[in-house]
Design a protein around this ligand. Structure first.
Ligand code: NAD
Length: 422
């Protein structure tokens, strides 16, 4: 059963697509194709717990569109996962890949579990059974997974190993690109782990000029201190910003003079979360969103800035490092109030951009240096920012609308050139 929140999330995603289709005068048949996923897969599979009992789990893989290339999108383990949440995330991937000019379509997968309540061997069994259940519905030139919330490089390692073991011996070495975001030792790319957070920082830095502000010395609050939030925090400190608050599922910590991100990461590694970090004071979620900071970065869950709390926001700039952190009604209030929002399909695209680099390196049996990956990422993010800014100036719309329009123009062109089969 889809929850109200995820149903609203999917409605918001569909509304973004509709608005962009209208703005670019999209052909009706193309609009209808893009308004729903191509394939929706639900798998029910058993997983043995450490005590010998079995759980029946439900997993999803939604393949939204593949007109630009193989389906591409992350795998999420979180209790909120349901079919509408995954549909929304898959839809966003189609537009993110189009916006970034990647030869990939959009997909997403998920299993509704809280990974913190599973032991490592249990998680491995979940990943392997889920991958096995997907069977021939994924493939290195067909549908390629990556980490998302609740999953990581290790998850991708297990997924890859399960997939390779289902292939004939002659196909095992050339199909490692079935997943991206895997450990470097297994063929992962240098720089993939950091890519989403660094990409968000690059987008912020590039667009800062448009905000008539100087980034050095400005303050930031971040919700989420996992893959995306922690690497965004590091990259922003590198750029001279002061990180004043960080939240994770355990709590929220605030220091007016700035948090030492490396010390906080060490604390999290020891204690499991930011809560009780000694060099800061605890604050509430409401206080986090109402902080008087220059930049607010939601980098955890969707639907965090809503009609209920949007009026309390004081930050003049918001970077959507998470997918869908601002609901459509809240986004309208922020636009009206002149808040600069860097939309998710641009702000967090660094992950899929470097996933593409990983896929290319695997395909060509090549290895790029960390510097090469990071420079290409920066340039690709900046180039996309410039195209979004040009659309925004030409059309006088929000950055979010401009990003969807930029993606929709490409999708419309590709469909028009290919035609609709048969
Ligand atoms: P993650 O699992 O590594 O980290 C999630 C973080 O959010 C953790 O610190 C967790 O404690 C925190 N969190 C969870 N619930 C919270 C709550 N109620 N309040 C405050 N904090 C909470 O996940 P991630 O990969 O960093 O993904 C975060 C977001 O970024 C998601 O929306 C994801 O879809 C998006 N994203 C991730 C990638 C990627 O490459 N990993 C790429 C693009 C977008």
């Amino acid at each position: 059963m889809a929850s109200n929140t995820s149903a609203a999330l999917y409605r918001d995603a569909a509304a973004n697509v509709e608005a962009a289709a209208l703005a670019v005068g999209m052909d009706e048949k193309i609009r209808r194709i893009l308004s729903q996923p191509m394939n929706e897969l639900i798998v029910n599979f058993p997983v043995q717990r450490d005590d010998g009992s079995y759980d029946m789990l439900q997993g999803y893989r939604i393949q939204h569109n593949n007109v630009l290339g193989p389906y591409k999108g992350g795998l999420r383990f979180h209790p909120s996962v349901d079919i509408d949440e995954v549909r929304a995330l898959a839809t966003w991937m189609t537009f993110k890949c189009a916006l970034m000019r990647l030869p990939f379509g959009g997909a997403k997968g998920g299993v509704s579990i809280d990974p913190r309540s599973f032991s490592e061997p249990e998680l491995e069994r979940v990943v392997r059974r889920f991958t096995h259940s997907l069977g021939e519905n994924i493939g290195p030139e067909y549908d390629i997974a990556a980490p998302d919330m609740g999953t990581n490089a290790q998850t991708m390692g297990w997924m890859m190993d399960t997939y390779l073991n289902s292939r004939g011996p002659g196909e095992r070495q050339n199909t490692r690109r079935i997943v991206t975001g895997k450990p470097v030792e297994l063929g992962g790319s240098l720089g993939r782990e950091e890519a989403t957070g660094r990409g968000a920082a690059y987008a912020l830095r590039h667009l800062y000029g448009e905000f008539d502000r100087v980034l050095d010395g400005e303050s930031v609050a971040i919700q989420g201190f996992g893959n995306v939030g922690s690497h965004a925090a590091r990259a922003l400190v590198e750029l001279g910003m002061t990180v004043k608050a960080i939240a994770d599922v355990s709590g929220i910590v605030y220091a007016d003079t700035g948090l030492d991100v490396e010390k906080l990461l060490n604390w999290v590694a020891q204690s499991g979360g930011v809560a009780d970090y000694p060099n800061a004071e605890p604050i509430t979620n409401d206080e986090l969103f109402a902080l008087d900071v220059d930049v607010l970065i939601p980098a955890a869950l969707h639907a965090q800035i809503t009609a209920e709390n949007v009026e309390s926001i004081r930050a003049p700039i918001i970077v959507e490092a998470a997918n869908g952190p601002i609901t459509a009604d809240a986004a309208a209030v922020l636009d009206h109030g002149g808040v600069h929002v860097i939309p998710d399909i641009l702000a967090n695209a660094g992950g899929v951009v470097v996933s593409y680099y990983e896929w290319v390196q695997n395909k060509t049996s090549n290895r790029w240096t960390a510097h090469d990956v990071d420079t290409r990422l920066r340039d690709q993010i900046w180039e996309a920012c410039d195209r979004v800014s040009a659309q925004r100036s030409a059309r006088g719309c929000s950055r979010r609308a401009a990003a969807y329009i930029e993606a929709s123009e490409l999708l419309q062109t590709v469909y028009s050139l290919r035609g609709i089969f048969p």
